[in-house]
Design a protein around this ligand. Sequence first.
Ligand code: LLP
Length: 433
Amino acid sequence: PITAKVNDRGHLEIGACDVTELVKQFGSPLYIMDEHSIRTACSQYRDGLKDHYQGESLVIYASKALNCLALCALVNSEGLGIDVASGGELYTALQAGVDPEKIYFHGNNKSVAELEQAIECGCTIVADNWLELKTLASFNANHAPKVMLRITPGIECHTHEYIRTGHLDSKFGFDPNQVPEVLDFLTKTSNLDFVGVHAHIGSQIFERQPHQDLAGVLVKWLKAAQELGLPARELNVGGGLGIRYTEADDPPSITEWTSAVAKAVTMACEQLQVSLPKLICEPGRSLVGNTGITAYTVGARKEVPEIRTYIAVDGGMSDNARPITYQAEYRSMLGNKMSETATETVTVAGKHCESGDILIQSASLPKTVSGDTLVITSTGAYGYSMASNYNRLLRPGMVLVYKGTADMMVERETYEDLIAQDKFPERLKTVDN
Ligand code: LLP
């Protein structure tokens, strides 16, 4: 999906920008996001629902995958809404000019301050548990907050256990057993505007069946709510469509996924005689994952005779926590040697003080020397958003490329940024030995 090509210098170009030149200009490591492919993914989702669903539909971008002002604004300009999972993500979306009508606020432990922030702006709050629901009802806000109910659907899917959320012992959402009581509560609570039901079953999912099953479960809950006279009118199937990180991954396309979901919801509504709700889905990874790369500079090399060769790059688990957290696999290439054939297999290591800081266990690359540009692909989702300052490394900058132009989206951090929040107690400033 990314708009990539090799130029006549044998360099990788993204969005008609030479990646090796970008690193020289903006520093290394560097996150590079391709505007054209983000817009393409947005329109595939948007049109995918529109083309296969007769009712109203809305795609909301799960901004936990990558949240910053420019990206919120970009996605918003494509007509998508935004899913936020904290006061910070909400703040960023609002600052980017996103209409609160299209913002949905998630989270299993929203603070009172976050709930107030959400009510004040008028976004929809996806209520996760009793405490939250009762807190919302007790605010007695002058306009009834829009509330959606997150239900644990009890649907299993095949993905890493850390990112599975649909099974019954997940920490998210109301247990199905609690739902009748919750609906009853909502019928008696006039100061909440109950808009509909939501579930999210997990992430990096390659099967279509779990989301199709989910559609049936959600329509049932919607009907139950409507039968009690509640104005439930929205059905949100969450996100979760997987992407291709390596050749081994074979996810459905966005278009295949949206049509499967739209059809499943339509069918369930026909069967249960429910009028078509506003259909919402909230993809994160599949909107931005394949649209971004990380460019690093190669440094030290270590050959362990007969075992392996390490090449080290100038970043690692602080800019991409996924390999160490989920054993996630990635592909790489040498951005400045695209015309050379692979001659060696190396382990790509980060620069952190931690043996597990390995970005790729086994990468086939042309002969690599210090100074080469190593590109890891498909890092657009959950890379920057999960980045840290471990070992006080500076978080990389991020640029948005389009038709030969590169614009800064996130400035590279500086050492001053690192100590900006540090406090230096007076009594520690003079040291008596
Ligand atoms: N909606 C809700 C309520 C979610 O919790 C999530 C992801 C999404 C939507 C978007 O899911 P996606 O389309 O991106 O699969 N850090 C992990 C992924 C955690 C996903 C958490 N929730 C990773 O790097 O693989």
